[in-house]
Ligand binder design. Structure first.
Ligand code: ADP
Ligand code: GLC
Length: 471
């Protein structure tokens, strides 16, 4: 079976968040299970593209409105990532350093998709599945089904995975002329509320769609930025498959980015030594439980609630915790969190920015990982934390609900709360501080977490079953 994954991100070429992790790992695990996995992403002017060898395997032009865009498909020659990585390079559009945030992002991703389809038309043998990830690639199922130019591709099954339904890629009908001619009767498929909505169009025209956790599939029917009725209408096509983690990259036993490797057998010493190094780096007292937050500093992640919660915890007469933040995002939240550093020098620190290596040191060295998410389609941080014996403190939503069981349950290992408020975070941290005081319980919980298998082995098979159902 040959599967083509289309995505804006792929670790280690380009990662902004979990999408990069997933597309850098799932295809590798599928390849190990006998699937030929081809990953196609835009070309980015980044280290990975410079340091590795690529060959041009296809060159052509693609029309987008009145622009005729020359493009190249570059293939990484060694397949060292465990799958076949291909990059689409379009001078002036897809050859920049950042993944998102350009004013002409709509044009960038439309051009990416059109160039891909142009190339796909010339395949000597069509793949068995085209698997699209998020809205950046979501026009592909519509175009394969309805564009005259691509009618030969309409028999290839398409799968859409929704990593984040908050972002749908809307653009105005004034840009409709960018797309190749389609049957006028199908134009309504593109529309949602008077704009072209790529995510909605893909949900309507793909053969199957998945969400990155079962609970998130249900949540989208209740709250999805206007698409609720669509998810209800198309529910038979949807399924929820929990993400996995790449244990070649995320494994405390082999991780070369952490000071001391450890396994379940020496977890107490391993955590202690990694914590010692982290406390030294950020000026914390070793004896207090260390809570960390890693992620985008945005409302979706509940980061707006952190300043009030941190203030409440650390202003207590004898604060019992240390808190470390790694992230960037909303400038107002960044500013509030940065200011707290002035007041709580000993027990609080923050690194504003993106640092992959530091994230590994934190998963290994922290005692608890905080995730007070408002929305969390899956969440990978809690899965990494579990693997590193770091107790997740999470709001029970989306994938967090599907992967973290509260310690009060028989086989539980995490701390869960429901209400979205600074008070609930404070209360959850209070429970964690009490738990930390009981060292034998702590050792047991760490071992219990590290025994869990959230690797891709399980979930990769679920995708393969889905592909097989479409053949
Ligand atoms: P999302 O994709 O919504 O941001 P996920 O939990 O799925 O959330 O994945 C986030 C990924 O990005 C994880 O691999 C996490 O470690 C990483 N990450 C997030 N922020 C940072 C940061 N500031 N520095 C390093 N890694 C980060
Ligand atoms: C999105 C979601 C996150 C998920 C990731 C990978 O960015 O916000 O919850 O883990 O995609 O699927």
């Amino acid at each position: 079976m040959v599967v083509v994954h289309l995505s804006a991100e792929c670790f280690p070429l380009a990662k902004v968040g979990g999408l990069g992790d997933v597309v850098g790992a799932l295809p590798k695990y599928q390849q190990e299970l006998g699937v030929t996995s081809i990953v196609v992403t835009p070309y980015y002017d980044r280290k990975f593209a410079h340091d590795n060898e690529f060959e041009v395997i296809f060159e052509s032009n693609v029309r987008m409105g009145d622009r005729d865009l020359p493009f190249q498909v570059l293939k990484e020659t060694t397949d060292k990532l465990g799958f076949h990585l291909h990059l689409i390079r379009i001078p002036g559009l897809l050859d920049r350093s950042e993944v998102y945030s350009y004013a002409d992002e709509t044009e960038q991703f439309i051009a990416f998709q059109l160039a891909f389809l142009e190339w796909l038309l010339r395949f000597s043998e069509y793949p068995d599945i085209v698997h699209c990830h998020d809205h950046h690639t979501a026009l592909v199922p519509y175009l394969m089904a309805h564009a005259f130019k691509y009618r030969f591709l309409s028999t290839i099954p398409t799968v859409l995975t929704i990593h984040n339904g908050q972002y749908q890629g809307w653009f105005g009908w004034d840009k409709f002329h960018y797309l190749p001619e389609t049957d006028p009767l199908t134009r309504g498929v593109l529309d949602w509320g008077g704009a072209i909505n790529p995510l909605a169009a893909a949900v309507k025209s793909c053969w199957k769609f998945t969400t990155v956790s079962p609970t998130y599939l249900e949540e989208l029917k209740q709250s999805s930025k206007g698409l609720e009725s669509l998810f209800l209408q198309e529910e038979k096509k949807g399924s929820g498959i929990l993400n996995g983690i790449d244990t070649d990259v995320w494994n405390p036993g082999t991780d070369s980015l952490i000071p001391l490797n450890y396994s379940m057998d020496n977890v107490t010493k391993g955590k202690q030594e990694n914590k010692r190094a982290l406390c030294k780096e950020f000026g914390f007292t070793l004896s207090k439980p260390l809570f960390a937050f890693i992620g985008r500093l945005v409302g979706e992640k509940g980061a707006d609630l952190l300043p009030a919660a941190i203030e409440k915890i650390l202003s207590a007469a004898r604060s019992k915790a240390s808190i470390l933040i790694l992230g960037s995002g909303d400038p107002a939240i960044e500013e509030q969190l940065a200011q707290l550093k002035e007041t709580y020098k000993k027990d609080y620190n923050i690194y504003i920015g993106y640092d992959e290596a530091l994230s590994h040191r934190i998963y290994a060295g922290a005692d608890f990982l905080l995730m007070p998410s408002r929305v969390e389609p899956c969440g990978l941080n809690q899965l990494y934390a579990l693997k590193y014996g770091t107790i997740p403190v999470v709001r029970s939503t989306g994938g967090l609900k599907d992967s973290v069981i509260d310690v009060t349950e028989p086989e539980g290992y995490g701390i869960c709360f429901d209400e979205l408020s600074a008070e609930s975070i404070v209360e959850a941290i209070g429970r964690a501080v009490d738990l930390y005081a009981n060292t034998s319980n702590l050792r047991l919980l760490r071992k219990r977490m590290m025994l869990l298998d959230f690797s891709w082995n399980r979930s990769a098979n679920q995708y393969i079953d889905l592909y097989n159902s479409l053949k």
